[in-house]
Design a protein around this ligand. Structure first.
Ligand SMILES: [Zn+2]
Ligand SMILES: [Zn+2]
Length: 124
């Protein structure tokens, strides 16, 4: 279970040129998120749908034929144009393609932390 401190963001730095966001948490842990990761994991209903469709296709096996359109950008293209606080529990990005419906709660972001320590805890 996440503690209150571990899902409280103390400092958030969005670095456009480097295309990373850094969060310093209440428990002193630091998470570094590449924009590509954040864009790919966008928690909005639209992107969720896209990911589910893709996963279903992969499960069925056989030929996968897909035309990628819509909000999912290729790696290396995701760029944040704006970031806003949503209440006390989340932040919201505006991406350079205009997509801005994803609300990233701190709990979600903490669970997404790509550092080896957190990744290790998730896989056991
Ligand atoms: Zn989205
Ligand atoms: Zn971590």
């Amino acid at each position: 279970m996440p503690t209150a401190d571990s899902v409280t963001a103390r400092q958030i730095t969005v670095d456009g040129p480097q295309r990373i966001m850094t969060i310093r948490w209440g428990d002193d842990h630091e998470s570094v998120y590449p924009f590509d990761l954040l864009r790919k994991e966008c928690p909005c209903a639209l992107c969720d749908d896209e990911r589910k469709k893709k996963a279903e296709q992969q499960k069925k096996g056989g030929l996968t034929l897909a035309v990628m359109k819509g909000p999912i950008l290729r790696a290396g293209e995701a760029q944040v144009t704006d970031v806003q606080k949503v209440g006390h529990y989340a932040i919201k990005f505006t991406w350079q393609d205009g997509h801005d419906t994803g609300i990233y709660s701190y709990e979600f972001l903490r669970a997404l932390c790509p550092c080896p320590r957190c990744a290790g805890e998730r896989t056991g």
